[in-house]
Design a protein around this ligand. Structure first.
Ligand code: ZN
Length: 98
């Protein structure tokens, strides 16, 4: 089974097991899946697989712009040192706060 086919199968199973949107109180039928945090926050879209939730289309699309901003900021700045300086995720642990 190909990767795309596997994703479709996983999506169908999630929507079957969780038929209502978790973002608007569980009253609207879920028709999509929402990745939270969004996949684009992770370099190469490498992220844990279980962070996918059933969602209605309105809730899923409603966070699109916020997801873009959060993803950009998440890639550029990840940690703030105790001195308040922002440091990059790419710096090794031993150099944090330098
Ligand atoms: Zn919803």
């Amino acid at each position: 089974m190909g990767e795309a086919s596997q994703r479709r199968k996983s999506k169908r199973a999630l929507l079957k097991d969780n038929p209502f949107c978790i973002f608007c109180g569980g009253t609207e039928p879920a028709t999509t899946t929402e990745h939270c945090p969004p996949r684009m926050m992770f370099r190469g879209k490498q992220r844990p697989h279980d962070l996918v939730f059933s969602s209605c289309e309105i809730c899923n699309l409603g966070t699109k712009r916020s997801d873009l901003v959060a993803s950009l900021l998440g890639r550029v700045y990840t940690l703030a040192s105790s001195s308040g300086k922002l440091i990059s995720r790419s710096k090794p642990e031993s150099r944090r706060g330098v």
